[in-house]
Design a protein around this ligand. Sequence first.
Ligand SMILES: C[S@@+](CC[C@H](N)C(=O)[O-])C[C@H]1O[C@@H](n2cnc3c(N)ncnc32)[C@H](O)[C@@H]1O
Length: 279
Amino acid sequence: MVVNSSRESAMIASPSFALRPAAILVALSLMAGTAVAQDIKVNLDVPYVPTPQAVVERMLDLADVKKDDYVVDLGSGDGRMPIRAAERVGARGLGVDLNPDRVSEAKENAEKAGVSDKVSFRVGDLYEESLSDDVTVMTMYLLSRVNLDLRPRILNGLKPGTRIVSHAFDMGDWTPDRHEKVEGRDVFFWVVPAKVDGRWTLRDGDSELQLDLTQQFQKVQGVVRGDGRYHSLRGVSLRGDEIRFSFERDGKTREFVGTVDGDTIEAQGDAKWSARRNS
Ligand SMILES: C[S@@+](CC[C@H](N)C(=O)[O-])C[C@H]1O[C@@H](n2cnc3c(N)ncnc32)[C@H](O)[C@@H]1O
């Protein structure tokens, strides 16, 4: 995956960029109070560069943000992502930024837009922020290295099905579900996949079969063993907690669509099958 390295270098070259340790300085600035906080330099992991409005709109389109969503922007700048999500569809939102000036600006912008009952902003370090599992959409305009640092927390801390949209920077070998150019900018979209790796017992009607799945992010391969024979899975797809696959058995194609919930998979619709993970 090609990353827009020229943009990354431009961001790093920004005069407002300085190195960590950020958290200590923010703690000091908070302890010192707002008036003094203005004078204390905040060491950021990413400089402030706002996402152009057309890109904001497309990111929200790609994430298909609806009224029931809870949109979190880590490194929220002037608050434009959650504010716009609230304006468009009434979604709830949260923005977290290490720079107290940005947080004040975002709160003012939310007031002006009439959405301060829907969105909140707070000073915080994205490296410390716990990702609550009621987040349904996460937006980011950070840097490749920061995205990679966040990746394990996204994959392990957010619910399967959570949509992630990143402006300009990808997530290494977690290939995006969609990638678009908007006004020359890269926009990447992922859906957090359920964890399906392992050996499962698949109960299909009266049959008990062994299902082995191997997973790399949302990409899954597998085989089923039954009647002493192996059947390769075909058309395997995993989107959030929904898994689909098929295989040939007794000359017939069997299609499976199920919902993953921890160590079980339940059939969707009227189909009579289920799977339980053994290991
Ligand atoms: C490139 S700007 C993106 C702003 C906004 N998300 C947008 O798309 O317009 C990155 C933001 O991350 C903030 N930031 C940098 N390091 C941070 C950290 N460790 N924790 C939280 N925010 C941080 C900066 O203050 C800046 O506002």
